[in-house]
Design a protein around this ligand. Structure first.
Ligand code: PRX
Length: 686
C-alpha cells in the first residue's frame, strides 16, 4: 500500500456506489440553457445572456440564481422547497430548506458514473516522492462503518486532529456520510488549544495519528492528544492511525484504526456504508477560529449551502476544468483546506492534492518539483510562502517544468506587489493569471477574486477585485461610533475606504457560532444592522475594484494564520510575574505580521528579562501554538491608557511600526509620559 511514487486515491466504482447514486439522482433543471456555454449551472435561468447579466442577476434575483445552480450542481435525494429564508438583522441564515442530500455522496459516489478512473486524491507526503494509493470511497465507507459501530451517531461531533493525509480526508467524509459533524483541529495546535476545542464542541470521539511528520520533523500528535485528554473527561474513544512506524502507548480509550501495518480494525468493516439522508441545514462541521476576544469561536457550516458554494467558487475562481489537477497547499486544519483541498474539488470530481510538507523541505524547490511531478494545473498558496521563496531566488523555480500550470491563487493575507509580481513573472512564466482571493472561515468560500465570472478580465496586482456571483459587498463609514460601536452609512462612491460588509446572504456563509448564537449576532450583524460585517477594511478603486486593507479589530494574521491578540494576552497574563500585557501585530517581511507583546511586571518582581521572555514564549507555544509565540517582548513600567483605563492599542501599534508621526491625538491619554517610555523601550529592543 505504501508506494514510492504515483500516489493517488481513486473515486472507485463499486456496484454499491452506483446504487447509492441512483437513489440520489433527483436532479432537475439539467438540460435547457442559454448561458450554458460558460455556466451550465445557470441553465434554468431564462433570458439571461452574457456574463455581466448573469452576475447582475445573481445579486438582483439571487433566489433564482442559487436555485438553478443548486439544482444543477448538487445531487439531491429530495429537492428543496424554499431557496432561502434569511434575516441578517437576526443572524438567521437558512438555504435550500426541504432539500435532503448527503455530502459524501456528492463528493464521491456520483463521480463513479462520470469519471470512475479519475484520481481523487494525490497525497504528497513529507518525504518527497512518496505517495500512497487507496480508494477514497472505500476508505470513507469503512471508516463510516467503524464510527457507527463504535456508537457515533448522526448529530454527534467528531474531533479530527491529524496532518493532511488521505485518512484525514476520509475521516471528514466518513462523518459526513453518517451524519456526524466534524471538528478538525490544526495539528500544530497545542494540547491546551485542542482540549479547549474538544470541550467546546462536546466531542466524545477523537481521531488522530501516532505521529505527524512535517519538514522532516516528527511531532508527537498522539501524546498531545493524551495530554489534552486529561481535561476532556467526556471523550470516550480515540481512534489512532499510524503515520510512522513508531508504536505509541495505547490506553483503554484508544482504538488502533488503520488497515495497514497489522491493525485490522478498519479492514473488518464493510466497504458499503449507507449514507445518512441529511437536511440542507444540518451541521456539516465546526471550525474554530480567532476573534477579538479571548475564546476561539466554533463557526458552524451546514450541508448543502456550504458544499454548493465551495464547489462553485472552486470551479469559477480558478477556471477549473474537468480533468485538471488542483493543488491547494493549505493544511486541512484551516478553512482553505476544508473548502479547496477537500469539499470544493471533490464535489467537482477533481483530482486534489494533499500537501503534507513545507515549501522549503527538503529544499526551496519543493512546490515546483511537485508541480512538475504531479502535473498540477491550478496552484493555490499563501503569500507568506511566496515571500519566503522569492528570497531563495529564481533558480529553484526554473529548475522545474511548470508548463501544466494555468492559474495561480493566493489566499489568507494581502499579497504585496513584489510577491505578486514574482509569482506571476517567475512561477507563472508571465502567462498564468494570479488570483488574489479574499474570504474568511466565516464566508465558507471565496467572496472576492479577480476573475470570478470572466476568465479574460483585467487583473490588477495585489487586488482581490471583483465579487463572486451572489456576493454584494458594500463599504461602510467607520468614523461614526454610537454607544461604543461602529455605526455608519453605506459609502456609495468609488475611490473610498471603509468597513467591508456584505449586503445580502449567500449559501456558503456560516450559520452560527456553536453554542453561542448571541456572539454570532453581536460580532457579525450588530455593528452594521442588516449587514454582515467581515471585520476587514477595504478600499474600492475608481474602477470599482476591491482591495483589502487589513483587520479593523484585534485579530492579527501571522503567516496567513489568524490569531486574536487577546488570546495571546490571556496566556501571558497567566504568568505569575505579569501584571498586565498588550499584544499588537507589526509588519513582518515574511510572515506578513509578527507578534509584539508589551509586558508590565508585578511590583517587586526581579527577574532576568531574557529568562522571562523565554518562559513567556514557551507558555504561548504550549497553550496555543508556535506560530502565536511573540517575536518581540518589550517589558514596560506601564502601558499608555485613556483616563477611563483602556489600553491605547492604536498608540502601541504606531510605536511598533516606528510611525511616530502617526501617533495621532494623545489628548485622552492618562499620562503622556507613558508613551515616551514605550518609545524608548522599543528603540532599545530593536
Ligand atoms: O483579514 C482577512 C485575511 O484573513 C482573514 C480570514 O482569516 P481566516 O478566517 O483564517 O481565513 C483565511 C483563509 C480564507 C480575513 O478576514 N485575508 C484572507 N484572504 C485575504 C486576506 N487579507 C487580504 N487579502 C486576502 N486575499
Amino acid at each position: 500500500m505504501w508506494l514510492p511514487c504515483g500516489c493517488t486515491s481513486k473515486y472507485v466504482a463499486s456496484s454499491f456506489a452506483r446504487r447509492t447514486l441512483a437513489s440520489y439522482l433527483h436532479v432537475s433543471g439539467r438540460s435547457r440553457c442559454n448561458v450554458a456555454a460558460f455556466m451550465p449551472e445557470a441553465a434554468g435561468l431564462e433570458g439571461v445572456s452574457g456574463r455581466a447579466a448573469l452576475r447582475e442577476l445573481s445579486v438582483s434575483n439571487s433566489e433564482s440564481f442559487w436555485a438553478a445552480v443548486a439544482r444543477h450542481r448538487l445531487c439531491w435525494s429530495t429537492p428543496f422547497h424554499t431557496v432561502q429564508d434569511c434575516d441578517l438583522s437576526r443572524g438567521k441564515i437558512k438555504w435550500f430548506e426541504g432539500g435532503k442530500l448527503n455530502v459524501s455522496v456528492n463528493c464521491l459516489d456520483r463521480h463513479v458514473h462520470t469519471c470512475p478512473e479519475r484520481v481523487a486524491l494525490i497525497w504528497e507526503r513529507d518525504e518527497r516522492g512518496w505517495c500512497c494509493t487507496d480508494e477514497l470511497l472505500e476508505m470513507t465507507c469503512r471508516l463510516g462503518n467503524l464510527l457507527r459501530r463504535h456508537g457515533v451517531k448522526r448529530g454527534d461531533c467528531v474531533t479530527i486532529y491529524m496532518p493532511t493525509c488521505p485518512l484525514a480526508v476520509a475521516s471528514m467524509l466518513a462523518c459526513a456520510r453518517i451524519g456526524a459533524a466534524h471538528n478538525v483541529v490544526f495539528a500544530g495546535f497545542s494540547a491546551d488549544a485542542l482540549a479547549e476545542r474538544i470541550r467546546d464542541a462536546q466531542s466524545s470521539t477523537v481521531i488522530t495519528v501516532n505521529q505527524g511528520v512535517r519538514g522532516g520533523k516528527v511531532t508527537e500528535l498522539k501524546k498531545t492528544v493524551d495530554t489534552a485528554m486529561q481535561s476532556c473527561p467526556t471523550v470516550k474513544q480515540v481512534f489512532v492511525a499510524m503515520r510512522t512506524d513508531n508504536p505509541v502507548t495505547m490506553t483503554a480509550r484508544d482504538i488502533a484504526m488503520e488497515e495497514v501495518r497489522e491493525q485490522k480494525e478498519m479492514l473488518k468493516e464493510d466497504v458499503v456504508c449507507e449514507p445518512a439522508v441529511m437536511n440542507s441545514e444540518d451541521v456539516l462541521f465546526l471550525l474554530y477560529t480567532s476573534g477579538s476576544t479571548g475564546k476561539p469561536k466554533g463557526l458552524v457550516h451546514t450541508q448543502a449551502g456550504y458544499l454548493l458554494y465551495a464547489a462553485l467558487t472552486h470551479r469559477y475562481v480558478f477556471s477549473y476544468h474537468d480533468g485538471d489537477v488542483f493543488g491547494c497547499v493549505a493544511d486541512i486544519g484551516w478553512i482553505t483546506g476544508h473548502s479547496y483541498v477537500v469539499y470544493g474539488p471533490l464535489a467537482n470530481g477533481a483530482t486534489t492534492v494533499l500537501f503534507e510538507s513545507t515549501p522549503i523541505y527538503p529544499d526551496p524547490g519543493r512546490y515546483w518539483d511537485m508541480v512538475e511531478r504531479l502535473k498540477i494545473n491550478q496552484f493555490y498558496g499563501a503569500p507568506t510562502a511566496i515571500r519566503l521563496l522569492l528570497k531563495y531566488g529564481d533558480q529553484w523555480v526554473n529548475k522545474y517544468d511548470r508548463s501544466t500550470l494555468k492559474t495561480l491563487g493566493s489566499v489568507g493575507e494581502p499579497i504585496n506587489t513584489e510577491a505578486w509580481e514574482w509569482y506571476h513573472r517567475v512561477v507563472g512564466d508571465g502567462r498564468c493569471p494570479v488570483v488574489d482571493t479574499w474570504w474568511q472561515t466565516e464566508t465558507g468560500g471565496i467572496c472576492i477574486a479577480p476573475r470570478p465570472s470572466d476568465p479574460d478580465a483585467e487583473i490588477v496586482p495585489g487586488m482581490a477585485m471583483r465579487p463572486f456571483f451572489g456576493i454584494n459587498p458594500v463599504l461602510m463609514d467607520t468614523e461614526v461610533i454610537v454607544f461604543g460601536f461602529l455605526q455608519g452609512e453605506v459609502l456609495t462612491s468609488n475611490n473610498t475606504s471603509g468597513a467591508l460588509c456584505m449586503a445580502q446572504p449567500w449559501p456558503g456563509m456560516a450559520r452560527t457560532i456553536h453554542n453561542n448564537h448571541q456572539r454570532f449576532i453581536d460580532t457579525y450583524f450588530q455593528p452594521y444592522p442588516g449587514y454582515f460585517f467581515t471585520g476587514d477594511g477595504a478600499y474600492r478603486s475608481e474602477e470599482g475594484y476591491y482591495q483589502i486593507t487589513g483587520r479593523l479589530d484585534d485579530v492579527i494574521n501571522v503567516s496567513g494564520h489568524r490569531i486574536g491578540t487577546a488570546e495571546i494576552e490571556d496566556v501571558v497574563n497567566q504568568c505569575p510575574a505579569v501584571a498586565e500585557s498588550a499584544v499588537v501585530g507589526y509588519t513582518h517581511s515574511i510572515k506578513g505580521q509578527g507578534v509584539y507583546a508589551f509586558v508590565v511586571l508585578k511590583k517587586g518582581i526581579d527577574v532576568q528579562e531574557a529568562d522571562l521572555s523565554r518562559q513567556l514564549n514557551g507558555m504561548v507555544s504550549e497553550k496555543i501554538a508556535k506560530y502565536a509565540s511573540p517575536d518581540f517582548i518589550q517589558f514596560a513600567k506601564r502601558l499608555p491608557k485613556t483616563r477611563s483605563g483602556k489600553i491605547m492599542r492604536r498608540v502601541l501599534r504606531k510605536v511598533v511600526e516606528s510611525d511616530l508621526e502617526g501617533l495621532g491625538d494623545l489628548s485622552t491619554l492618562d499620562d503622556p509620559a507613558a508613551v515616551q517610555e514605550i518609545i524608548q523601550g522599543h528603540e532599545k529592543l530593536l
